[in-house]
Design a protein around this ligand. Structure first.
Ligand code: SF4
Length: 423
């Protein structure tokens, strides 16, 4: 009787890819997925450690799964929190059977560091999550992680300290994975996607031929986490040429002095120029961005600048996150902390403003004919919606999952649309 496993994934799409690959190794080891955590012989929690709230969620999840697991079942913690806090975490959670960082299999008995190859700044573990094979996708889309780590030093971010410097995969290994996934939509992800290949001396262009090569294989290619200064004209044209004119710009703020304090490039004026230049080429382009509120030193003027930017940019989707002080980051040592109450106030003002913009942009689609990818029965997405983070399109239940269908938008409610068959 095959042993059963339960994989619980927290955090970002990159962590989801890691979980998929870990599941691939468990299946290769003869294990089979359990239908629920209390039926599993091995419970694995793939954690997130990006900010305090994510760490708390990881701890709560580990303890909750520890409580429901059946007698004798193993509880293994992996992912960013395991990598970042290893022994400390193991000490703090005696109920956990193993805390294993990156580069270590989650099957017990193998929980020892596996020899790594060190080339210059890069450490390539023998058990390399980045290059592991993964099973075909159960839905018609999939994230594909094209690189690990990051070479930037944004003031608020601890990721480079535990994910390491950027390490890009070869184009060949990425395309092999795309073929094995057997999907209609590929969502390319990395910490710093547009910098793909730079760490291997392939210059600033490597992302363009990659997008073109993937686009030659699947109907839809989507890119997440684009650092604004790397959004070259060539990359913009390559993205638009795929038919998925979707731009996920990681802006974080728009105030020049505050971005300098974040150790990031740009300002609102340059971002607006880029957005309108893209709209000049493709007026139907869709935009998403994320912003941090309450970064040390943020002034009322900075906040007003962001409000004005939101009004002018008219982005389809925005995420607003309160600043979280991260141990070991540049920002953790900065003065000018913003009072919690003020952060909450600014967050709600921004969200309210953006929700109205998003709803208006959705309303404007009513009556329009759009092509949707049917993800599951009754639910799909146009090119304007990334999976799991943007709105959805409610569809007639009888449209087959995995098909691309032309429908007509009949209604909009907040971020979501409803569509009917074309007459
Ligand atoms: S680009 Fe900046 S925010 Fe993103 S992972 Fe790298 S250091 Fe962190």
């Amino acid at each position: 009787m095959a042993r059963r496993y339960w994989m619980h994934t927290l955090g970002c799409p990159k962590n989801q890819v890691d979980s998929d690959k870990l599941e691939g190794t468990l299946i290769a080891d003869g294990l089979r997925p359990a239908t629920s955590p209390d039926k599993a012989d091995l419970v694995v929690v793939n954690t997130c450690a990006f900010i305090e709230a994510a760490r708390q969620e990881s701890i709560d999840t580990i303890l909750a799964l520890g409580d429901v697991r059946k007698d004798g079942a193993e509880l293994v913690v992996t992912g960013c929190m395991a990598e970042r806090y290893g022994d400390e975490l193991a000490e703090a959670l005696p109920e956990v059977d193993a805390v294993v960082g990156f580069g270590v299999p989650v099957t017990l008995g193998a929980s020892r560091p596996v020899a790594a190859t060190v080339t210059g700044r890069q450490v390539v573990p023998a058990f390399d999550l980045l290059e592991l094979a993964r099973p075909a996708s159960a839905v018609p889309w999939a994230y594909v992680k094209v690189a690990e780590g990051c070479d930037r030093a944004c003031g608020f971010c601890a990721i480079p300290s535990f994910r390491g410097p950027q390490r890009s995969r070869s184009q060949a290994s990425i395309l092999q994975e795309v073929d094995a996934l057997n999907v209609r939509e590929v969502v390319l992800v990395a910490q710093d996607l547009a910098a793909y290949g730079r760490d291997q001396g392939r210059g600033d262009r490597a992302i363009v031929p990659l997008v073109q090569a993937v686009a030659a294989r699947v109907e839809r290619v989507r890119l997440l986490y684009l650092y604004p200064s790397d959004l070259t004209d060539e990359l913009v044209e390559a993205i638009i040429a795929t038919g998925v004119a979707y731009f996920d710009l990681s802006l974080q703020h728009v105030s020049r002095p505050l971005l300098a304090r974040m150790r990031r490039w740009g300002d609102g004026g340059r971002f607006l120029e880029r957005i309108s230049a893209i709209r000049a080429i493709e007026p139907e382009a869709a935009f998403r961005s994320n912003f941090i509120v309450g970064y040390p030193g943020e002034t009322e003027a900075d906040h007003d600048a962001l409000l004005a930017f939101i009004d002018e940019a008219q982005l389809d989707w925005c995420g607003f996150f309160s600043y979280s002080s991260e141990e070991g980051t540049y920002a953790a040592g900065l003065d000018g902390a913003v009072a919690e109450g003020l952060v909450v106030e600014r967050l709600s003002e921004l969200s309210e403003r953006q929700d109205a913009i998003t709803a208006a942009r959705r309303d404007a689609l009513i009556g329009r004919e759009v092509e949707v990818l049917v993800d599951v029965a009754g639910v799909g997405r146009t090119y304007r919606e990334a999976p799991e983070i943007d709105g959805i399109v409610h569809l007639p239940d009888d449209l087959a999952p995995g098909t691309l269908v032309d429908v007509v938008v009949s209604a909009a409610e907040g971020p979501d649309l409803t569509a009917v068959r074309r007459r």
